[in-house]
Design a protein around this ligand. Structure first.
Ligand SMILES: NC(=O)c1ccc[n+]([C@@H]2O[C@H](COP(=O)([O-])OP(=O)(O)OC[C@H]3O[C@@H](n4cnc5c(N)ncnc54)[C@H](O)[C@@H]3O)[C@@H](O)[C@H]2O)c1
Length: 388
């Protein structure tokens, strides 16, 4: 297959590009490198030593038969260039990772709120607009977020994969069943853009019949995939700061650096998780199983388990008993405590083999790898700097 990966220099996009290239697909990465620029803006860096995109690709292409290409483009700003690239490359699928993906960054100030809305919505719309102009048969796979469902907003419900059957009374008082998109309960401007993406997708499938898969992904943990391990130049980024550092990876690097794990609030929040290796496998499965044309948006819950944050810290403390904890005031507006159960039957039925957090070897592998980068630790990045 020919696949364009937009946002292919990022934390999810880079290992996905390698995984799909290893499977023999022709990959073209598009990225504006904005994630690297935001590191400079907020005075942080990847905990791991990542290479330039050029060096990454040069290394991969010297190791692998299928080659990866790269083009620098801002897909939110340069619609015509994007359309031309899609016309020329003629992809079967486009994978869209190219969004500002930090909830805290999106809530920092008026400029980051504006940037997140402009970037994410225009990127998504420009991609959809190009597909209907160039070739309606292109399958679009988008990375959404579990956060669009809210966390525990509707109590005691197992979150379904995107859609809900609801009963609606007609004017005669008779009940009719209707299958609707799950209501959205965004907790940040970033999550709000994901819920808006979902409406774009619903409209574009209804009006033009194009094939769209939306993956509501949980929080990723882990660093390496089978492919990023193949050469030091291929290493993935790992965010250490309070804006972009996701919870389990941040806890692990705090433990490696002998810092207390900073837990927001009481630590009774439950979240959904998936290992980065499973994430790239899910995207491969999604690419191979597009919905038919003129169908509704295909939605998967891309997560393998839910776990309370206090349970996460106890997993780390069990393996590394010297790890200490520090409870700090929650900088976010969210429920103090929530339950979360999520259906993920579609990926399991299509063959996904989950990597669970109880598998200590995976935690130990990340921990050992992170010890190599202790010198890159920026303690000042750890304390929350966005409050809402
Ligand atoms: N990391 C997670 O735990 C996680 C969890 C759930 C969902 N997601 C979703 O997965 C996707 C990828 O996340 P990530 O962690 O890899 O983020 P990331 O910030 O590491 O990667 C995003 C990439 O997109 C690029 N980009 C952003 N705007 C662009 C634009 N206008 N034009 C071209 N390139 C642009 C960035 O430079 C970056 O390389 C996001 O949509 C995110 O919401 C991530």
């Amino acid at each position: 297959m020919k696949i364009i990966i937009i946002g292919g220099d990022g934390f999810c996009g880079w290992p996905t590009s390698l995984h799909l290239s290893k499977k023999g697909h022709d990959i073209l990465i598009l990225d504006n490198l904005s994630r690297r620029k935001i590191d400079i803006e907020i005075n942080t860096r990847s905990f791991t030593n990542i290479c330039s995109i050029q060096k990454r690709i040069q290394t991969w292409n010297s190791l692998n038969d299928s080659k990866i290409e790269f083009k620098l483009i801002d897909v939110a700003k340069d619609y015509h260039k994007l359309k031309t690239i899609i016309q020329e490359f003629n992809p079967d699928s486009i994978i869209h990772f190219a969004e500002q993906r930090s909830a805290p960054y999106s809530m920092k100030n008026e400029d980051t709120r504006n940037y997140t809305v402009n970037n994410n919505l225009m990127a998504t719309h420009n991609i959809l607009n190009s597909i209907i102009e160039v070739n309606k048969n292109i399958h679009l796979v988008h990375l959404g977020s579990m956060g669009v469902y809210g966390y525990g907003t509707i109590s005691d419900v197992i979150i379904p994969e995107g859609y809900l059957d609801v009963k609606i009374k007609n004017k005669n008082g008779q009940e009719q069943i209707m299958n609707i998109l799950h209501p959205s309960y965004p907790g940040s401007i970033y999550h709000l853009t994901k819920t808006q993406d979902a409406l774009f997708f619903q409209y574009y499938t209804k009006n033009w019949g194009i094939k769209i898969t939306d993956l509501h992904q949980g929080i990723i943990w882990g660093l390496h995939t089978e492919e990023t391990k193949l050469h030091p130049n291929l290493i993935n980024r790992l965010d250490q700061d309070s804006d972009y550092g996701t919870v389990l990876n941040r806890f692990l690097l705090q433990s490696v650096c002998n810092e207390p794990l900073t837990i927001y609030g009481t630590g009774e929040q439950t979240r959904a998780f998936i290992h980065i290796q499973n994430s790239v496998e899910c995207i491969h499965i999604a690419i191979e199983n597009p919905p038919p044309m003129n169908d509704k948006v295909k939605i998967f819950n891309q997560m393998t388990e839910t776990i309370q944050l206090n349970k996460l810290t106890s997993i780390i403390q069990k393996i590394y008993p010297d790890t200490t904890l520090q409870y700090i005031k929650n900088p976010r507006k969210e429920l103090i405590k929530n339950n979360l159960e999520v259906e993920n039957k579609q990926f399991l039925d299509l063959g996904l083999k989950p990597i669970y957090l109880r598998n200590e070897n995976f935690i130990k592998e990340i921990y050992n790898e992170l010890t190599k980068f202790k010198g890159n630790f920026k303690i000042e990045s750890l304390q929350p700097s966005s409050f809402w």
